[in-house]
Design a protein around this ligand. Structure first.
Ligand code: 25A
Ligand code: L14
Length: 340
């Protein structure tokens, strides 16, 4: 670890996730020597604040990475495919938040609480992939149970916030609510249907098997992160009119029996988890409570009475923080501590 800090670039700095990356770097006091902010033509020259200083946004280009130690990417998959290899060739280690490289066998897919050891594989291509938001929060909550009693199968339904889609989707939900209250016409550009006061069983595009890409990310990324090609996962991912925080109903079938009480005891001390499970007091994880927090909230822990070894739970986390920006910065923290 270097005493004077690291040169960090943020590609997609003006977006919903990029902005959160700056906030997390600041909140966790990441040792920064120089910070370079990159985005599209549209934002060049725009100034963003970091620790009281104004920093001008520069163009994301292949030559923007000279002297950079770690490049945090969050400008969409096509930008990552175009620019991450150039950043790595310039000597930066890329932590990529898009779906571009996640299933590449040469690129590690990392949740620091779950498989930090995989980071060592970054040397192959100079890129580390940050998993999908819905997958990350589920992994954080399930890891202690997986290690203790084994998990055979996961059935998950998600209730995902609009911020996952980006800054323009946050605007769309706000505008639709305003239009509804004012009795005006509701316009949808980002989503194929009105999202205000609605639920859309459609996140990312549809595949030939009838599932969405988002659903299949949860299946394939879970297997890669747990390094378990046999674990069964089936997902239904739904967009709900919430700004920040994905909620998930998760049902697991374990290899060995575990009681709800034992799950609560395990999760009470699990890294990155906050147990919120006093339903008699109306205390359970809520999207509104997770916004801005680093922890993944877990509650409504119950035994599934329809099978021998089953548990139900409700898992909620800030999709922009643990689901994206925080997880990426945590990966960078392990990198500088153990490898750079
Ligand atoms: O894979 P795709 O389809 O390309 O997906 C891209 C989308 O993924 C989001 C991101 O949302 C983007 O919309 N995204 C990224 N990581 C994600 C994650 N982990 C994620 N979503 C969920 N989970 P965003 O709007 O929050 O961030 C966009 C950032 O990317 C920069 N960018 C876009 N194109 C670029 C580029 N940078 C370099 N080269 C390019 N060609 C983008 O910078 C932003 O930082 P920007 O300068 O283009 O946008 C500044 C602001 O402009 C607004 N805006 C967005 N779209 C439009 C727009 N304004 C006018 N017209 C538009 N069409 C936004 O408010 C943005 O903040
Ligand atoms: O794969 O629209 O990181 O909520 C996660 C959230 C893609 C889009 C990813 C959304 C994304 C998505």
């Amino acid at each position: 670890m270097s005493a004077e800090g690291y040169n960090i670039a943020v590609a997609g700095a003006t977006g919903a996730v990029g902005g959160a990356m700056l906030d997390v770097l600041n909140r966790r006091n990441f040792p920064i020597k120089q910070l370079r902010l990159l985005a599209s033509e549209r934002s060049v020259g725009k100034k963003l604040q970091f620790k009281g200083q104004d920093i001008a946004v520069e163009l994301l280009s292949k030559d923007a990475f000279e002297g950079i130690d770690v490049a945090l990417f969050s400008a969409g998959a096509s930008r990552s495919l175009d620019f991450a290899p150039a950043a790595a060739a310039a000597g930066a280690v890329v932590v990529d938040n898009s779906s571009a490289y996640r299933m590449d066998p040469e690129i590690p897919l990392v949740v620091p609480e779950v498989n930090p050891g995989a980071i060592a594989q970054y040397t192959k291509r100079g890129i580390i992939a940050n998993p999908n938001c819905s997958t990350i929060q589920m992994m954080v909550a399930l890891k202690p149970i997986y290690d203790k009693v084994g998990i055979k199968r996961i059935v998950v339904s998600t209730y995902q916030a609009v911020s996952g889609t980006g800054a323009n989707a946050i605007e769309e939900l706000k505008n639709q609510v305003k239009a509804y209250v004012a009795g005006e016409k509701i316009i949808n550009d980002v989503y194929p249907h009105q999202i205000a006061f609605n639920c859309l069983p459609h996140i990312d595009s549809f595949l030939d098997n009838g599932y969405t890409k988002e659903e299949m990310k949860m299946v394939n990324e879970t297997r890669k992160i747990f390094n378990d090609s046999k674990i069964g996962v089936t997902a239904t991912t739904v967009r709900v009119p919430v700004f920040y925080g994905h909620s998930e109903s998760v049902n697991i079938e374990t290899e060995k029996k575990i009681s709800a009480e034992e799950v609560r005891a395990l999760l009470k001390n699990a890294p990155g988890v906050k147990l919120v499970d006093k339903p008699q007091l109306c205390e359970y994880p809520l999207a509104l409570d997770c916004a801005g927090k680093f922890e993944t909230l877990v509650g409504r822990i119950r035994e599934d009475e329809s099978i021998d070894n089953g548990i139900n739970m409700w898992i909620v986390s800030d999709n922009i923080l643990k689901g994206a920006a925080l997880n990426a910065v945590q990966i960078a923290e392990v990198l500088i501590k153990d490898y750079l």
